[in-house]
Design a protein around this ligand. Structure first.
Ligand SMILES: Cc1cc2nc3c(=O)[nH]c(=O)nc-3n(C[C@H](O)[C@H](O)[C@H](O)COP(=O)(O)OP(=O)(O)OC[C@H]3O[C@@H](n4cnc5c(N)ncnc54)[C@H](O)[C@@H]3O)c2cc1C
Length: 390
């Protein structure tokens, strides 16, 4: 009999897992908390080559090829405009909302049912399956439940009420899309500037828009209410001030942005001890959110989806399949989280730290390239046809 999976969350991990599970011979249904209209918000993200290759396993690479732009090179400069490093790193950068929409649409095209406005609040084990309960009082039954419900996962708390809270990493995020401004550089390069008081990243879209983000440091974790109170114009004034005196086009880009995105905090999860029960499992950010500084959150979500699909295909007992999934994924994703934390720490180092960074970063990055020290991250490939050992 075909097993049915209830998938909570219609972000990246949710729809991709649904498609992987269907390929593995399961039935899958996605339940997303927000209405479809909530898709249009958010910034952009990078799919690293390992994430693109995970999507290729499910024939989703062409879908992302039509979105965003290739970004094969990263260039880093300090606050005086000195180039610290240029690194080759194949990737594709796209708007988060475009990616979500494309993945959901493709899941539907492949026969996955996607429901909106269904927020998971509880789940109970039934005789031989699991029943999800939603905030609107409705329910859904399946043989297993996959929590792809992101950083604040309800599924994680249902699996382990004592699960740790996400770690705030001391950086805020904001950004936007600047229009009609000419800045130094060319499409295909991600430019990063270690400003004296704030980190900045920008890309030039082939059609001229400049996509950018900034990471103002904040030791204290602002509440969501405090962040919501900051208006786009207050962000603009604050950012213009933070980049005053730094070399680079940051102030021009900020000034040319019609709408500065509302700010958000940055979190990660060094470790989430319990990923599954007999019937429920977490994937993507729910299990191992990494700071955006790793550039790998979306890629890890895609890899998880493919590996979980293989495990459920090859391991007959559901709980054993979840155990195999954890065995195959935990070490890698926790290494990625640690890598992202280290990258983020370099963004707000203080005066002495900045001096040391400027001195050593070029040397370290040259060594990284020479020794191919990030091959473990970038060259990871998942062979769909290889069977998972029970
Ligand atoms: C600003 C920013 C920049 C980033 N930059 C990058 C980058 O450059 N590269 C990269 O790889 N990653 C980046 N990331 C991370 C990336 O967006 C996430 O790692 C990725 O989206 C994880 O996918 P996910 O599906 O696990 O979680 P999400 O994308 O967060 O999706 C979770 C979904 O679950 C839904 N949901 C939540 N609770 C419930 C519930 N109770 N019931 C039903 N549905 C629920 C949510 O509405 C959401 O749609 C960035 C993240 C942010 C915030």
């Amino acid at each position: 009999m075909t097993k049915k999976a209830i998938i909570i969350g219609g972000g990246i991990a949710g729809p991709v897992t649904a498609m992987a599970l269907r390929r593995a011979g399961l039935d899958a249904e996605v339940f997303e908390a927000y209405d479809r209209g909530a898709d249009g918000v958010g910034a952009f993200l990078t799919l690293a080559v390992n994430g693109l290759e995970a999507l290729r396993v499910l024939d989703l690479h062409e879908l992302v090829r039509d979105l965003g732009m290739d970004t094969p090179v990263m260039e880093m400069r300090n606050s005086r405009g000195r180039r610290l490093a240029t690194v080759r790193q194949p990737s594709r950068t796209l708007k988060r909302a475009d990616l979500y929409q494309a993945l959901r649409d493709e899941a539907v095209r492949r026969g996955v049912r996607v429901h909106y406005g269904r927020r998971l609040v509880d789940a109970e084990v039934t005789g031989d399956g699991v029943r999800a309960i939603f905030a609107d009082g409705s329910g859904a039954e399946g043989d297993l439940l996959v929590g792809a419900d992101g950083l604040r996962s309800r599924t994680r708390a249902l699996i382990d009420p004592g699960a740790p809270r996400a770690r705030y990493v001391g950086l805020l995020n904001t950004g936007g899309f600047a229009e009609g401004v000419r800045v130094p550089g060319r499409p295909g390069v991600s430019y990063f500037v270690f400003g004296r008081r704030c980190f900045f990243g920008y890309l030039i879209h082939p059609e001229g828009q400049v996509w950018w983000f900034a990471n103002p440091p904040s030791r204290r974790e602002p509440t969501p209410e405090e962040l919501a109170e900051i208006t786009p114009e207050q962000w603009r004034a604050r950012l213009l001030d933070l980049f005053e005196g730094d070399a680079g086009p940051m102030r021009e880009i900020i000034a040319a942005t019609p709408h500065i995105l509302p700010g958000w905090n940055t979190y990660d999860f060094p470790t989430v001890p319990k990923w599954f029960t007999d019937r429920m499992v977490i994937v993507g950010d729910a299990a191992h959110a990494t700071s955006p500084s790793s550039g790998q959150g979306a890629s890890m979500a895609a890899e998880d989806a493919v590996v979980l699909g293989k495990c459920l295909r090859d391991v007959p007992d559901t709980a054993d399949a979840f155990a195999a999934f954890e065995r195959l994924r935990r070490e890698r994703v926790e290494r990625v989280v640690a890598h992202g934390k280290r990258n983020g720490d370099g963004k707000a180092p203080g005066v002495a730290g900045a001096f040391v960074r400027d001195l050593f970063l070029p040397v370290v990055l040259r060594q990284v390239e020479k020794r191919d020290a990030l091959a473990w991250l970038r060259d990871h490939r998942i062979a769909w046809d290889d069977r998972v050992a029970v």
